[in-house]
Design a protein around this ligand. Structure first.
Ligand code: GDP
Length: 480
Protein backbone atom coordinates (compact mmCIF):
# COMPACT_ATOMS: atom_id res chain seq x y z
CA UNK A 1 0.00 0.00 0.00
CA UNK A 2 1.40 3.41 -0.86
CA UNK A 3 2.19 5.76 1.98
CA UNK A 4 -0.26 8.62 2.48
CA UNK A 5 0.55 11.47 0.15
CA UNK A 6 0.99 14.84 1.73
CA UNK A 7 0.31 18.12 0.08
CA UNK A 8 2.87 20.87 -0.05
CA UNK A 9 0.97 22.78 2.61
CA UNK A 10 1.03 19.68 4.84
CA UNK A 11 4.74 19.38 4.32
CA UNK A 12 5.17 23.00 5.26
CA UNK A 13 2.89 22.56 8.25
CA UNK A 14 4.91 19.59 9.47
CA UNK A 15 8.16 21.44 8.95
CA UNK A 16 6.88 24.51 10.77
CA UNK A 17 5.56 22.60 13.73
CA UNK A 18 8.85 20.75 14.03
CA UNK A 19 10.62 24.09 13.98
CA UNK A 20 8.17 25.36 16.58
CA UNK A 21 8.95 22.34 18.78
CA UNK A 22 12.61 23.23 18.52
CA UNK A 23 11.89 26.87 19.33
CA UNK A 24 9.83 26.04 22.41
CA UNK A 25 12.56 23.89 23.87
CA UNK A 26 15.68 25.43 22.42
CA UNK A 27 18.19 23.73 24.67
CA UNK A 28 16.35 20.63 25.81
CA UNK A 29 16.25 17.72 23.40
CA UNK A 30 12.78 16.23 23.00
CA UNK A 31 11.75 12.74 22.02
CA UNK A 32 8.15 12.25 20.94
CA UNK A 33 6.99 8.70 21.62
CA UNK A 34 3.71 7.56 20.08
CA UNK A 35 1.78 4.86 21.94
CA UNK A 36 -0.94 3.24 19.91
CA UNK A 37 -2.95 0.06 19.50
CA UNK A 38 -6.54 -0.82 18.86
CA UNK A 39 -9.14 -0.23 21.55
CA UNK A 40 -8.49 -2.38 24.68
CA UNK A 41 -4.97 -3.31 23.54
CA UNK A 42 -3.56 -1.90 26.78
CA UNK A 43 -2.39 1.68 25.97
CA UNK A 44 -3.70 3.38 29.12
CA UNK A 45 -2.28 0.71 31.41
CA UNK A 46 1.04 0.74 29.53
CA UNK A 47 1.53 4.51 29.76
CA UNK A 48 0.50 4.65 33.42
CA UNK A 49 2.94 1.87 34.32
CA UNK A 50 5.72 3.34 32.21
CA UNK A 51 5.41 6.80 33.72
CA UNK A 52 5.12 5.47 37.27
CA UNK A 53 8.21 3.29 36.84
CA UNK A 54 10.20 6.23 35.48
CA UNK A 55 9.03 8.67 38.14
CA UNK A 56 9.74 6.31 41.02
CA UNK A 57 12.86 4.61 39.64
CA UNK A 58 10.85 1.38 39.68
CA UNK A 59 11.95 -2.14 38.87
CA UNK A 60 13.25 -1.47 35.38
CA UNK A 61 16.70 -3.08 35.36
CA UNK A 62 16.58 -3.36 31.56
CA UNK A 63 16.95 0.42 31.28
CA UNK A 64 20.72 0.78 31.10
CA UNK A 65 20.80 4.42 32.27
CA UNK A 66 19.11 3.34 35.50
CA UNK A 67 21.28 0.30 36.22
CA UNK A 68 24.41 2.27 35.41
CA UNK A 69 23.30 4.86 37.97
CA UNK A 70 23.15 7.62 35.35
CA UNK A 71 19.39 8.33 35.53
CA UNK A 72 19.26 11.06 38.14
CA UNK A 73 15.52 11.57 38.24
CA UNK A 74 12.29 12.14 36.37
CA UNK A 75 9.45 14.58 36.87
CA UNK A 76 6.25 15.48 35.08
CA UNK A 77 6.63 18.71 33.14
CA UNK A 78 4.22 21.13 31.52
CA UNK A 79 2.65 19.74 28.37
CA UNK A 80 4.11 21.17 25.17
CA UNK A 81 0.83 21.45 23.20
CA UNK A 82 -1.79 23.52 25.07
CA UNK A 83 -4.51 22.33 22.66
CA UNK A 84 -4.01 18.61 23.30
CA UNK A 85 -5.67 16.94 26.33
CA UNK A 86 -3.28 15.84 29.07
CA UNK A 87 -3.01 12.08 29.74
CA UNK A 88 -4.83 11.61 33.06
CA UNK A 89 -1.88 9.89 34.73
CA UNK A 90 -2.79 10.65 38.37
CA UNK A 91 -6.37 9.47 37.89
CA UNK A 92 -5.30 6.24 36.18
CA UNK A 93 -2.66 5.53 38.82
CA UNK A 94 -5.21 6.11 41.58
CA UNK A 95 -7.53 3.55 39.94
CA UNK A 96 -4.76 0.96 39.92
CA UNK A 97 -3.31 1.61 43.37
CA UNK A 98 -6.33 2.78 45.41
CA UNK A 99 -8.17 0.85 48.13
CA UNK A 100 -9.98 -1.40 45.69
CA UNK A 101 -7.70 -1.50 42.66
CA UNK A 102 -9.42 -1.55 39.29
CA UNK A 103 -8.30 -1.06 35.68
CA UNK A 104 -8.44 2.58 34.54
CA UNK A 105 -10.74 3.95 31.81
CA UNK A 106 -9.42 3.22 28.32
CA UNK A 107 -8.11 5.57 25.65
CA UNK A 108 -10.86 7.20 23.58
CA UNK A 109 -9.00 10.14 22.10
CA UNK A 110 -5.53 11.59 21.74
CA UNK A 111 -3.71 12.76 24.87
CA UNK A 112 -0.19 13.71 25.79
CA UNK A 113 2.16 13.81 28.76
CA UNK A 114 5.67 15.23 29.11
CA UNK A 115 8.27 13.75 31.46
CA UNK A 116 11.60 15.46 31.93
CA UNK A 117 14.35 12.88 32.44
CA UNK A 118 17.56 14.10 34.05
CA UNK A 119 20.60 11.92 33.41
CA UNK A 120 24.35 11.92 33.29
CA UNK A 121 25.48 11.47 29.70
CA UNK A 122 28.39 9.18 28.87
CA UNK A 123 29.04 11.00 25.67
CA UNK A 124 32.04 13.13 25.09
CA UNK A 125 32.15 16.11 25.47
CA UNK A 126 28.48 16.60 26.57
CA UNK A 127 28.88 14.31 29.57
CA UNK A 128 31.64 16.52 31.00
CA UNK A 129 29.26 19.46 31.31
CA UNK A 130 27.13 17.82 34.01
CA UNK A 131 23.64 16.33 33.93
CA UNK A 132 21.51 16.60 30.80
CA UNK A 133 17.71 16.70 30.44
CA UNK A 134 15.63 14.86 27.87
CA UNK A 135 11.95 15.73 27.46
CA UNK A 136 9.99 12.58 26.73
CA UNK A 137 6.63 13.48 25.20
CA UNK A 138 4.29 10.50 25.31
CA UNK A 139 1.46 10.74 22.76
CA UNK A 140 -1.41 8.29 23.32
CA UNK A 141 -3.79 7.84 20.40
CA UNK A 142 -6.26 5.20 19.22
CA UNK A 143 -4.83 2.75 16.66
CA UNK A 144 -8.12 3.06 14.81
CA UNK A 145 -6.93 6.50 13.70
CA UNK A 146 -3.76 5.03 12.24
CA UNK A 147 -5.75 2.66 10.07
CA UNK A 148 -7.33 5.76 8.56
CA UNK A 149 -4.07 7.05 7.11
CA UNK A 150 -4.22 4.87 3.97
CA UNK A 151 -7.50 6.64 3.13
CA UNK A 152 -5.48 9.72 2.21
CA UNK A 153 -4.38 7.97 -0.96
CA UNK A 154 -7.75 6.38 -1.82
CA UNK A 155 -10.58 7.96 -3.75
CA UNK A 156 -14.15 7.36 -2.59
CA UNK A 157 -14.65 4.81 -5.40
CA UNK A 158 -11.44 2.95 -4.45
CA UNK A 159 -12.25 2.92 -0.75
CA UNK A 160 -15.83 1.79 -1.44
CA UNK A 161 -14.58 -1.11 -3.57
CA UNK A 162 -12.20 -2.23 -0.78
CA UNK A 163 -14.77 -1.87 1.98
CA UNK A 164 -17.49 -3.72 0.04
CA UNK A 165 -15.08 -6.50 -0.88
CA UNK A 166 -14.12 -7.00 2.79
CA UNK A 167 -17.75 -7.01 3.88
CA UNK A 168 -18.41 -9.76 1.36
CA UNK A 169 -15.73 -12.14 2.66
CA UNK A 170 -17.18 -15.33 4.17
CA UNK A 171 -16.27 -14.49 7.77
CA UNK A 172 -17.64 -10.91 7.50
CA UNK A 173 -20.94 -11.68 5.83
CA UNK A 174 -22.82 -12.29 9.04
CA UNK A 175 -21.63 -9.00 10.61
CA UNK A 176 -22.43 -7.10 7.42
CA UNK A 177 -25.90 -8.62 6.93
CA UNK A 178 -27.88 -5.54 8.00
CA UNK A 179 -25.63 -3.22 6.07
CA UNK A 180 -26.08 -5.34 2.94
CA UNK A 181 -29.86 -5.22 3.46
CA UNK A 182 -29.75 -1.42 3.81
CA UNK A 183 -27.59 -1.20 0.68
CA UNK A 184 -30.04 -3.31 -1.29
CA UNK A 185 -32.76 -0.70 -0.65
CA UNK A 186 -30.55 2.22 -1.66
CA UNK A 187 -30.57 4.05 -4.99
CA UNK A 188 -27.15 5.71 -5.23
CA UNK A 189 -28.09 7.85 -8.23
CA UNK A 190 -31.37 9.09 -6.76
CA UNK A 191 -31.68 12.46 -5.03
CA UNK A 192 -29.83 12.41 -1.66
CA UNK A 193 -31.56 12.92 1.66
CA UNK A 194 -30.00 13.25 5.11
CA UNK A 195 -32.27 10.53 6.44
CA UNK A 196 -31.06 8.11 3.75
CA UNK A 197 -27.39 8.94 4.42
CA UNK A 198 -27.93 8.50 8.17
CA UNK A 199 -29.68 5.16 7.74
CA UNK A 200 -26.88 3.81 5.59
CA UNK A 201 -24.11 5.20 7.82
CA UNK A 202 -25.78 3.70 10.90
CA UNK A 203 -25.98 0.26 9.26
CA UNK A 204 -22.35 0.54 8.14
CA UNK A 205 -21.20 1.60 11.64
CA UNK A 206 -23.16 -1.34 13.08
CA UNK A 207 -21.19 -3.65 10.81
CA UNK A 208 -17.84 -2.10 11.82
CA UNK A 209 -18.78 -2.41 15.47
CA UNK A 210 -19.92 -6.03 15.14
CA UNK A 211 -16.70 -7.00 13.42
CA UNK A 212 -14.78 -5.60 16.42
CA UNK A 213 -16.97 -6.82 19.19
CA UNK A 214 -17.09 -10.52 18.60
CA UNK A 215 -13.40 -10.60 19.43
CA UNK A 216 -12.55 -12.03 16.04
CA UNK A 217 -11.57 -9.21 13.71
CA UNK A 218 -8.90 -7.39 15.64
CA UNK A 219 -8.03 -5.40 12.59
CA UNK A 220 -10.53 -2.59 12.85
CA UNK A 221 -11.74 -1.39 9.50
CA UNK A 222 -11.55 2.27 8.60
CA UNK A 223 -12.97 4.86 9.06
CA UNK A 224 -11.68 4.66 12.61
CA UNK A 225 -13.66 7.64 13.91
CA UNK A 226 -16.94 5.82 13.24
CA UNK A 227 -16.24 3.75 16.34
CA UNK A 228 -14.61 6.50 18.42
CA UNK A 229 -16.35 9.64 17.10
CA UNK A 230 -15.68 12.00 20.03
CA UNK A 231 -17.21 15.43 19.47
CA UNK A 232 -17.71 14.80 15.74
CA UNK A 233 -20.54 12.35 16.47
CA UNK A 234 -23.50 12.94 14.15
CA UNK A 235 -21.63 15.41 11.89
CA UNK A 236 -21.96 14.99 8.10
CA UNK A 237 -18.25 14.15 7.86
CA UNK A 238 -19.02 11.00 9.87
CA UNK A 239 -22.25 10.15 8.06
CA UNK A 240 -21.30 8.23 4.96
CA UNK A 241 -20.87 4.64 3.82
CA UNK A 242 -19.37 2.82 0.84
CA UNK A 243 -21.47 2.48 -2.31
CA UNK A 244 -21.01 0.25 -5.38
CA UNK A 245 -19.75 1.91 -8.59
CA UNK A 246 -22.46 4.14 -10.11
CA UNK A 247 -24.37 2.58 -12.99
CA UNK A 248 -24.86 5.87 -14.84
CA UNK A 249 -24.05 9.57 -14.77
CA UNK A 250 -23.67 11.01 -11.24
CA UNK A 251 -25.56 14.28 -10.56
CA UNK A 252 -24.14 16.48 -7.82
CA UNK A 253 -27.36 16.19 -5.80
CA UNK A 254 -27.37 12.37 -5.89
CA UNK A 255 -26.70 10.19 -2.86
CA UNK A 256 -23.48 8.95 -4.48
CA UNK A 257 -22.09 12.46 -4.96
CA UNK A 258 -23.16 13.48 -1.44
CA UNK A 259 -21.46 10.54 0.23
CA UNK A 260 -18.37 11.08 -1.89
CA UNK A 261 -18.19 14.72 -0.67
CA UNK A 262 -18.59 13.57 2.93
CA UNK A 263 -15.83 10.99 2.50
CA UNK A 264 -13.53 13.74 1.20
CA UNK A 265 -14.60 15.95 4.14
CA UNK A 266 -13.70 13.15 6.56
CA UNK A 267 -10.22 13.02 5.06
CA UNK A 268 -9.84 16.81 5.20
CA UNK A 269 -11.29 17.38 8.68
CA UNK A 270 -10.24 14.25 10.50
CA UNK A 271 -7.47 12.28 8.83
CA UNK A 272 -5.18 14.93 7.38
CA UNK A 273 -4.96 17.09 10.54
CA UNK A 274 -4.16 14.02 12.64
CA UNK A 275 -1.43 13.05 10.22
CA UNK A 276 0.04 16.54 10.01
CA UNK A 277 -0.32 17.73 13.62
CA UNK A 278 0.44 14.55 15.51
CA UNK A 279 1.59 11.55 13.58
CA UNK A 280 4.23 13.21 11.40
CA UNK A 281 5.85 14.72 14.52
CA UNK A 282 6.61 11.38 16.21
CA UNK A 283 10.17 10.12 16.62
CA UNK A 284 9.48 6.69 18.08
CA UNK A 285 6.44 4.47 18.13
CA UNK A 286 5.17 1.51 20.12
CA UNK A 287 2.24 -0.46 18.71
CA UNK A 288 0.45 -2.49 21.36
CA UNK A 289 -1.35 -5.62 20.22
CA UNK A 290 -3.62 -7.94 22.16
CA UNK A 291 -2.03 -10.89 20.38
CA UNK A 292 -3.26 -13.52 22.81
CA UNK A 293 -6.85 -12.50 22.17
CA UNK A 294 -6.32 -12.86 18.42
CA UNK A 295 -4.71 -16.27 18.86
CA UNK A 296 -7.60 -17.32 21.01
CA UNK A 297 -10.13 -16.11 18.47
CA UNK A 298 -8.82 -18.42 15.74
CA UNK A 299 -6.89 -18.48 12.46
CA UNK A 300 -8.92 -15.86 10.58
CA UNK A 301 -8.33 -13.32 13.37
CA UNK A 302 -4.60 -14.04 13.18
CA UNK A 303 -4.55 -13.49 9.42
CA UNK A 304 -6.59 -10.29 9.86
CA UNK A 305 -4.20 -9.08 12.51
CA UNK A 306 -1.18 -9.62 10.28
CA UNK A 307 -2.88 -7.60 7.54
CA UNK A 308 -3.69 -4.79 9.97
CA UNK A 309 -0.11 -4.62 11.24
CA UNK A 310 1.22 -4.48 7.70
CA UNK A 311 -1.24 -1.65 6.93
CA UNK A 312 -0.18 0.21 10.05
CA UNK A 313 3.46 0.14 9.03
CA UNK A 314 2.62 1.29 5.53
CA UNK A 315 1.38 4.49 7.13
CA UNK A 316 4.75 5.43 8.57
CA UNK A 317 6.63 8.18 6.82
CA UNK A 318 9.18 6.33 4.82
CA UNK A 319 12.00 8.42 3.54
CA UNK A 320 11.55 12.03 2.68
CA UNK A 321 11.95 13.33 -0.82
CA UNK A 322 10.83 16.86 -0.25
CA UNK A 323 13.85 19.18 -0.10
CA UNK A 324 11.84 21.70 1.93
CA UNK A 325 11.37 19.31 4.79
CA UNK A 326 14.38 17.05 4.53
CA UNK A 327 16.27 19.12 7.05
CA UNK A 328 13.56 19.59 9.61
CA UNK A 329 10.99 16.82 9.22
CA UNK A 330 11.26 14.11 11.81
CA UNK A 331 10.60 10.56 11.09
CA UNK A 332 10.03 7.50 13.15
CA UNK A 333 13.26 5.56 13.34
CA UNK A 334 12.38 2.92 15.95
CA UNK A 335 9.19 0.93 16.27
CA UNK A 336 8.29 -1.65 18.91
CA UNK A 337 5.54 -4.16 18.32
CA UNK A 338 4.42 -5.36 21.72
CA UNK A 339 2.22 -8.35 22.46
CA UNK A 340 0.46 -7.12 25.61
CA UNK A 341 -0.97 -8.91 28.66
CA UNK A 342 1.80 -11.53 28.64
CA UNK A 343 0.89 -12.27 32.27
CA UNK A 344 -1.98 -14.34 30.84
CA UNK A 345 0.52 -17.07 30.03
CA UNK A 346 3.37 -18.68 31.93
CA UNK A 347 6.84 -17.17 31.55
CA UNK A 348 7.96 -20.42 29.91
CA UNK A 349 5.87 -19.29 26.92
CA UNK A 350 6.97 -15.65 26.75
CA UNK A 351 9.67 -16.34 24.17
CA UNK A 352 7.11 -18.15 22.05
CA UNK A 353 4.73 -15.21 22.27
CA UNK A 354 7.54 -12.93 21.13
CA UNK A 355 8.25 -15.31 18.24
CA UNK A 356 4.57 -15.17 17.24
CA UNK A 357 4.67 -11.38 17.32
CA UNK A 358 7.84 -11.41 15.23
CA UNK A 359 6.17 -13.62 12.66
CA UNK A 360 3.05 -11.43 12.52
CA UNK A 361 5.06 -8.30 11.78
CA UNK A 362 7.70 -9.98 9.59
CA UNK A 363 6.59 -8.43 6.30
CA UNK A 364 5.79 -5.10 7.91
CA UNK A 365 9.19 -5.02 9.62
CA UNK A 366 10.99 -5.77 6.39
CA UNK A 367 9.47 -2.65 4.83
CA UNK A 368 10.33 -0.57 7.86
CA UNK A 369 13.95 -1.73 7.82
CA UNK A 370 14.13 -0.93 4.14
CA UNK A 371 12.98 2.59 4.97
CA UNK A 372 15.64 2.92 7.64
CA UNK A 373 13.59 2.23 10.78
CA UNK A 374 14.57 -0.42 13.30
CA UNK A 375 11.82 -2.64 14.71
CA UNK A 376 11.61 -4.97 17.68
CA UNK A 377 8.97 -7.40 18.95
CA UNK A 378 8.42 -7.78 22.67
CA UNK A 379 5.97 -9.82 24.76
CA UNK A 380 5.14 -7.70 27.80
CA UNK A 381 2.69 -7.09 30.60
CA UNK A 382 2.69 -3.45 31.67
CA UNK A 383 1.09 -4.56 34.93
CA UNK A 384 1.40 -8.11 36.02
CA UNK A 385 -1.93 -9.32 37.43
CA UNK A 386 -0.97 -12.98 37.93
CA UNK A 387 1.78 -15.02 39.54
CA UNK A 388 3.14 -18.41 38.58
CA UNK A 389 2.85 -21.80 40.17
CA UNK A 390 2.95 -25.50 39.40
CA UNK A 391 -0.01 -27.88 39.63
CA UNK A 392 0.81 -31.53 38.89
CA UNK A 393 3.26 -31.31 36.01
CA UNK A 394 1.60 -28.19 34.61
CA UNK A 395 2.94 -24.66 34.82
CA UNK A 396 -0.04 -22.54 35.81
CA UNK A 397 -0.83 -18.90 36.44
CA UNK A 398 -2.67 -17.75 39.56
CA UNK A 399 -4.93 -14.70 39.63
CA UNK A 400 -8.40 -13.38 40.44
CA UNK A 401 -10.73 -13.29 37.42
CA UNK A 402 -12.92 -10.19 37.10
CA UNK A 403 -16.50 -10.61 38.30
CA UNK A 404 -18.67 -12.09 35.55
CA UNK A 405 -15.80 -13.74 33.65
CA UNK A 406 -16.62 -17.34 32.80
CA UNK A 407 -14.77 -20.36 31.56
CA UNK A 408 -15.81 -24.01 31.11
CA UNK A 409 -19.26 -23.29 32.54
CA UNK A 410 -18.00 -21.56 35.72
CA UNK A 411 -18.73 -17.86 36.27
CA UNK A 412 -16.43 -16.02 38.68
CA UNK A 413 -17.45 -13.59 41.42
CA UNK A 414 -14.44 -11.26 41.30
CA UNK A 415 -13.11 -12.38 44.71
CA UNK A 416 -11.98 -15.93 44.07
CA UNK A 417 -8.38 -16.66 43.20
CA UNK A 418 -7.83 -19.51 40.77
CA UNK A 419 -4.95 -21.47 39.25
CA UNK A 420 -5.25 -21.74 35.49
CA UNK A 421 -3.36 -23.73 32.90
CA UNK A 422 -3.72 -21.30 29.99
CA UNK A 423 -2.50 -23.71 27.27
CA UNK A 424 0.56 -23.79 25.04
CA UNK A 425 1.65 -21.55 22.22
CA UNK A 426 3.00 -23.26 19.10
CA UNK A 427 6.76 -23.72 18.86
CA UNK A 428 6.56 -22.83 15.14
CA UNK A 429 4.71 -19.53 14.68
CA UNK A 430 4.62 -20.09 10.89
CA UNK A 431 1.96 -22.73 11.42
CA UNK A 432 -0.45 -20.04 12.64
CA UNK A 433 -0.39 -18.24 9.31
CA UNK A 434 0.50 -20.95 6.87
CA UNK A 435 -1.73 -23.85 7.76
CA UNK A 436 -4.10 -21.90 9.99
CA UNK A 437 -3.31 -23.92 13.14
CA UNK A 438 -5.60 -22.75 15.92
CA UNK A 439 -4.47 -22.27 19.49
CA UNK A 440 -6.91 -23.09 22.26
CA UNK A 441 -5.87 -20.77 25.08
CA UNK A 442 -7.79 -20.30 28.28
CA UNK A 443 -8.07 -16.57 28.43
CA UNK A 444 -9.79 -14.69 31.28
CA UNK A 445 -9.69 -11.05 32.29
CA UNK A 446 -7.94 -10.80 35.65
CA UNK A 447 -8.29 -8.09 38.28
CA UNK A 448 -5.23 -5.90 38.76
CA UNK A 449 -2.88 -6.93 41.61
CA UNK A 450 -4.25 -5.98 45.01
CA UNK A 451 -1.27 -6.36 47.36
CA UNK A 452 1.39 -4.05 45.99
CA UNK A 453 4.86 -3.79 47.53
CA UNK A 454 6.46 -0.42 48.32
CA UNK A 455 10.03 0.66 47.68
CA UNK A 456 12.41 2.30 50.18
CA UNK A 457 10.89 5.73 49.48
CA UNK A 458 7.39 4.42 50.18
CA UNK A 459 6.29 4.43 46.53
CA UNK A 460 4.06 1.65 45.26
CA UNK A 461 5.93 -0.79 43.02
CA UNK A 462 3.95 -1.93 39.96
CA UNK A 463 5.03 -5.42 38.85
CA UNK A 464 5.47 -5.89 35.09
CA UNK A 465 6.95 -8.22 32.50
CA UNK A 466 9.58 -6.94 30.06
CA UNK A 467 8.32 -3.36 30.15
CA UNK A 468 11.91 -2.26 30.68
CA UNK A 469 13.06 -4.13 27.59
CA UNK A 470 10.65 -2.15 25.43
CA UNK A 471 11.65 1.07 27.16
CA UNK A 472 15.37 0.53 26.61
CA UNK A 473 14.83 0.03 22.88
CA UNK A 474 12.54 3.06 22.64
CA UNK A 475 14.57 5.63 24.59
CA UNK A 476 17.80 3.99 25.83
CA UNK A 477 20.02 5.43 23.07
CA UNK A 478 18.86 8.97 23.94
CA UNK A 479 20.00 8.48 27.55
CA UNK A 480 23.55 7.51 26.54
P1 GDP B 1 -6.64 0.87 25.77
O1 GDP B 1 -8.02 0.86 25.19
O2 GDP B 1 -5.62 0.49 24.74
O3 GDP B 1 -6.29 2.15 26.51
O4 GDP B 1 -6.60 -0.34 26.82
P2 GDP B 1 -6.40 -0.32 28.43
O5 GDP B 1 -5.02 0.10 28.79
O6 GDP B 1 -7.52 0.40 29.06
O7 GDP B 1 -6.53 -1.89 28.71
C1 GDP B 1 -7.73 -2.60 28.42
C2 GDP B 1 -7.88 -3.74 29.40
O8 GDP B 1 -6.89 -4.72 29.17
C3 GDP B 1 -7.71 -3.34 30.88
O9 GDP B 1 -8.91 -2.84 31.41
C4 GDP B 1 -7.28 -4.65 31.50
O10 GDP B 1 -8.39 -5.47 31.72
C5 GDP B 1 -6.45 -5.29 30.39
N1 GDP B 1 -5.01 -5.05 30.53
C6 GDP B 1 -4.26 -4.05 30.01
N2 GDP B 1 -2.96 -4.21 30.30
C7 GDP B 1 -2.86 -5.35 31.01
C8 GDP B 1 -1.75 -6.08 31.60
O11 GDP B 1 -0.57 -5.68 31.54
N3 GDP B 1 -2.07 -7.24 32.26
C9 GDP B 1 -3.36 -7.71 32.35
N4 GDP B 1 -3.58 -8.84 33.00
N5 GDP B 1 -4.41 -7.05 31.81
C10 GDP B 1 -4.16 -5.90 31.16
Amino acid sequence: MPQPPTTLSDELGIALSNLADAARAPFTPTLRLGVTGLSRAGKTVFITALVHNLLTGGRIPGLAALTEGRLIGARLAENPDPGVPRFAYEQHLAALTGKSPHWPDSTRRISELRIALKFQSQRWPGGLLGPTVLNLDIVDYPGEWLLDLPLLSLSYAEWSAQALERGDRPHSRHDAERFHAALAQTHPLAEASDAEAERLAAAFTGYLRASREDGRALSALPPGRFLLPGDLEGSPALTFAPLPPPAGPVRSTSLYATLERRYEAYKAIVVRPFFRDHFARLDRQIVLVDTLRALNAGPSAVVDLEAALTDILAAFRQGDNNPLTRLVARRIDRIVFAATKADHIHSASHDRLEAVMNRLVASAARRARFAGAETRSVALAAIRATRESQVDAHEVIVGTPEAGESLDGVTYDGDTEIALFPGDLPAQPDSLLEDGTSVALKFLRFRPPSRLARNAEGNVVLPHIRLDRALEFLIGDKLQ
